[in-house]
Design a binder for this molecule. Sequence first.
Ligand SMILES: C[S@@+](CC[C@H](N)C(=O)[O-])C[C@H]1O[C@@H](n2cnc3c(N)ncnc32)[C@H](O)[C@@H]1O
Length: 404
Amino acid sequence: MEEKEMEEGGRGEMKVASSTLKKCLSCKCVSYCNKSCQKEDWTRCHKQDCKALKRIHPKVPGDLVQLLSQVIRKQRKSAPCTTDDEDYFPTTVDQLESHHEKLTDTRRNEFENLLFPLKQFIEPDVFAEPSSLLKIFGAANCNNFTLCDNDLNFVAIGIYLRASMANHSCDYNCVVVYDERKLQLRTIKDVKEGEECTIGYLSVMEPAKERQAELEEEYHFTCECVKCVEEINALGPGDGLGELELRGLKKSLEKMQAAENSQDILLLELCKPYLKPMDLSSSIPANHHLLMKVRFRAFGVYMLSQEFDKAAEIGKLNTEPYRFHYGPYSPGLGLYLLRIGKLLLSLKRIPEARKYLTEALSVLEVTHGPHHSLMKTESMQELLLRCRFPEGHPIWLNNSRISL
Ligand SMILES: C[S@@+](CC[C@H](N)C(=O)[O-])C[C@H]1O[C@@H](n2cnc3c(N)ncnc32)[C@H](O)[C@@H]1O
């Protein structure tokens, strides 16, 4: 597989949402992983955000208000572009697709509700007129990226001008991965010269009709990709869902969501009918996303109640629908295989652990690439070595001997 990548970093407008790390001593609102990260953010945007956060203290503006205010401030400062990329890549957010004239009533209400906090947060001379604000709001809605950490936990929302050019396909050939604040667009399939690079804007495990409805509502287009066409053609009379299976699943999910204590044994009782292998050829793909929600919940319950062997069994089952819907190379699959592999390793189920870790690493080498910080951590280097050599082979890492 030819591997190409596009990196974009340091230029995205971004609002870091939550962190347990060191707080800015002045506003006590924004946290940083280290001093250099804090210093960089100070010149990039926090110098002004900090003043505004102190001014409105104890209120803290939401993610979108902070993101929009950064965009608006930057918009005012941005100089005309002088590079050769000018014709191809947008250089400011107002050049992005915004669909602001087509916003749904819900989105328009959301915009109206943002105006007051936005006005409080932004300096009066910078506050844009409402018409251009609506355009920026529309652009932020259909061009934002959800930044995640190496475990796929939510970190922030951000706008990356170049990556915003990528269109959607449910049968995409590229994925987006983050290395701290840097965004990488990486190919996961062979892409021929001149072929369009596409990404997935949403979870492709959701049924085609639901995906299409969400894409219409949020991005204002009808998805006509092969995956949508094939799935919709495969649906029988009615909506194609197995009614009984679906009713049972939905009921269980509702009860599970209502249960406050996720360790509650009741949850496991509810999950039990769904913890057997899925026959992917005959079970109904349109129900897989519900099944997976139930099973992920069960995995979490077993982990919390320290029933690790049972958690590992469900984890192993869960990798199949991942592959079925996302194909052999997806960041989610790679990270999930890694998690299951590490769990098996801690249970000393060595041959299985090697199998899962080896597959995890081969997926992550494509989705994240060998230069990603995740692949360079000491624990990953150790796993790479362990998988590369036969069982029992002596291995040395940083002057200490390890073996599997
Ligand atoms: C993040 S932008 C992508 C770049 C955009 N095409 C442009 O040239 O600025 C998202 C917008 O692109 C369009 N788009 C993305 N994927 C599409 C697709 N598969 N079919 C039609 N339009 C699509 C929609 O208008 C959507 O709101």
